[in-house]
Design a protein around this ligand. Sequence first.
Ligand SMILES: Cc1ncc(COP(=O)(O)O)c(C=O)c1O
Length: 477
Amino acid sequence: MSIPIQGMSREKIMQTLEEYRKDDVDWRSGKVFAYTFSAGEEYDELIKEAYMKFLTENGLDPTSFPSLARIEREVVRFVIDLLRGGEKAVGNFTSGGTESIMLAIKTARDKAAAEKPHINNPEMVVPRSAHSAFHKAAQYFGLKLMMTPCHDDFTADVKSMREAINENTIIIAASAPGYAQGVIDPIGEIGELALEYDLLFHVDACMGGIMLSFMREMEEYNVPDFDFSVPGVTSISADLHKFGYAAKGASVITYRNKEIRKHQIFATTSTTAYAMFNATMLSSKSGGPMAGAWAIINYLGWEGYMKITREVMEASRRMMEGINNIDGLYVLGAPIMSIFSFAAENVNVFQLADLMSRRGWYIQPQFSNENAPHNLHLTFMRLNVPRVDEFLRDLAECVEELQASENQIDINAVHEQVQAMLESFGDDVVPQLLSMAGIDEGTSKLEGMAMISCILDALPRHISKALLVEFVNNLYT
Ligand SMILES: Cc1ncc(COP(=O)(O)O)c(C=O)c1O
């Protein structure tokens, strides 16, 4: 395929793009529990208008576009206020949670290089429940990641974190809450650990930063302190494109003070071009996401966020209760907000996800680990609110259907089969597994994920990682 010799008409372009998205998950239906965080059509239209107004403005140089510097300062101040950072706290607007977390780790590395030059091989300590962005940061920035276990309720085991700290440790991290089970780590205790060992402490509040701040105002939710009010917390990431309801490309990385943040900033005058400085990772960037975030924050206001938060929390609590009332299903841990997961005693949850998918629901399979059996994740958002009863009815029916079925995949049997394959093929097993899972070059829509999930669940981590790399490498061909 190459660029058309004559350009297409506007109508043809729009029609073709529309056609391209026919297989996408139908997030507008309210039957998808991942990926999108729309507060509703009215809000999306407003965001679009503000976003388009600044689509072409370039955040590369805030001195040429002081409008963007102002928008960024105001958005960041709003988040710092929620996170109780006070006058000294600072922050920047980023493209997402991953960038915010990666910047916090890069900042820690460069601060340590300046202030603790005897550390040649810096390390970070994070609980197993921490987001993959920490692993990515470790890989990109050359830190060693020490992963520590969680308790049976999925919270970080602080004693193990303490034991993992050594003379090379420069930063520790925890989640408020973690993605998988939606539980919040003991931020206060981990803050004490950070102070005791003179370490930076990053709180990943990408999911919870905005929503928990509003929930704190509602007595019934009993939100523990997780922000800058906790001594020892030195940086926090909070995403606006999640429960802040902004369009994607909107997160904030905040620091307790400028002395820490200065290690985030890049500047050079060494090239043949103009002087270059970047507060965050990207250089050229559209002003759209910032303007969209500014618009939704100001449109919703405190009252709007309180109203949506209450609505989402009430419906998600009803959803969790309903799931616990279905034979054999149970919600894992004590989720603090509206993201959670559930497991099943008597059915294969990966097949349950497939059955639900045939009825138009998207729920996310999660693999087993030392603390959790295989389970299904739901990020419950505003668009899901009207669907609770319908979801629970379909879920109960799918469980019954699966219980009565003779085709339940026995995960233990798959584990044994995979083990046998590993023994005969060793690490060269990846191509065999790809064909066993029915994945060819260019495959991007996976039908019937249950078997693939069972295989991934059974594989040693280094092989499942190689399999995923191969899958992605084939995807863009
Ligand atoms: C707890 C947590 N941290 C970080 C991230 C990464 O955010 P993003 O996908 O915006 O990069 C996520 C994404 O779901 C998350 O749930």
